[in-house]
Design a protein around this ligand. Structure first.
Ligand code: SF4
Length: 324
């Protein structure tokens, strides 16, 4: 087996909550709780869960945009959590991010040409102004925009076009891995498909690897090689996309999947409506975090014992006492 491009081992991220007049840490949000996964070159791992599941925090820890509390992140054989200085700067070139809200992530006072060219300047990737200009034009064309867009400002573009600008900016430094942090959630459904198709084309063209974060399973179905489902900071199921959609094992995956529309004339799925909201991650439920909403829980087992992520078949693991 070739070495994975990215390997995340037992990643933990807690956020301290300050309180009182002294501003001391009074409690902690357990955002990511011993998360492990790997990504091979050219793969897309869909990371799916409701808000508060820890998926975006996981993506940002991978990029070292936030510091993990514990665990290891290996990228091309280097422990990312131990890098600093030049090595960390080099890593920032290899790993890029595309944000959910393309408008908020683009500086409104910079032209599109300056936004896309910024990383080329920072990383010294253009010898002169001519080369910088040509590379920006090339990037704009790669994402389906034109050279005439260079001198315009972000507010002059539609949501889909702004996301294309965000993608061009990420591509500028020829990354190996891109964390796509809900890149289509803010877009109309018709535009979502265009952006996903573009990401798929770019993946093939540039041999890219994606960690694709989304809050529902319908978005990642076609783009993902494998899918990991997160609930309250933990991965509850991980499998190849084909297995996960055909044979979901975890009751939470089943509930998420029941909300995915199936094109006619295939049989209709019965919608599983979960009771209640996602619990507060400051005080997550004991045992299986999902037991307060699980339609098949068995007490006291599910409320007292944490289910480990167990392999049930090649490439398919689930964290449930009763399934698998
Ligand atoms: Fe439901 Fe228990 Fe399985 Fe958790 S461990 S998903 S509560 S059956």
């Amino acid at each position: 087996m070739p070495q994975p491009l990215l390997q995340v081992k037992d990643l933990v991220k807690n956020f301290g909550l300050k309180g009182g007049i002294l501003g001391r840490t009074v409690s902690e949000v357990h955002a990511v709780d011993e998360v492990s996964f790997y990504l091979n070159v050219g793969e897309t791992l869909g990371l799916v869960g409701e808000s508060g599941s820890g998926k975006s925090t996981t993506g940002r820890c991978v990029l070292r945009l936030i510091e993990p509390t514990a665990g290891e992140i290996w990228f091309e054989g280097k422990n990312v959590t131990e890098l600093s200085g030049k090595e960390l700067a080099a890593l920032r070139r290899d790993m890029q991010i595309i944000f959910q809200d393309p408008y908020a992530s683009l500086n409104p006072r910079m032209t599109v040409g300056a936004i896309i060219g910024e990383a080329l300047v920072i990383h010294n990737l253009a010898k002169n102004r001519r080369e910088l200009h040509d590379r920006v034009v090339e990037l704009l064309e790669t994402v389906g925009l034109g050279a005439d867009h260079m001198r315009r400002y972000p507010h002059e573009f539609s949501g889909g076009q702004r996301q294309r600008i965000g993608i061009a900016r990420a591509l500028a430094v020829s990354p190996k891995l891109i964390v796509c942090d809900e890149p289509v959630s803010a877009l109309d459904v018709s535009i979502q498909a265009q952006v996903i198709n573009l990401l798929e084309d770019l993946q093939e063209q540039f041999d890219l690897t994606y960690l694709f974060i989304a809050h529902d399973l319908s978005v990642v179905e076609h783009i993902s090689t494998r899918v990991a489902v997160m609930y309250l900071g933990r991965i509850v199921e991980i499998a190849s996309a084909r297995d996960l959609y055909a044979r979901p094992l975890h009751p939470y995956t089943e509930a998420l999947l029941s909300a995915v529309p199936i094109p006619a004339p295939r049989a209709k799925r019965e919608r599983i409506r979960l009771q209640g909201e996602v619990p507060n991650p400051i005080h997550p439920p004991t045992g299986c975090h999902f037991h307060t909403r699980c339609p098949i829980r068995q007490l006291p087992l599910c409320s007292t014992e944490k289910p480990e992520l167990r392999k049930t078949a090649e490439g398919h693991s689930v964290a449930c006492h009763l399934r698998g």
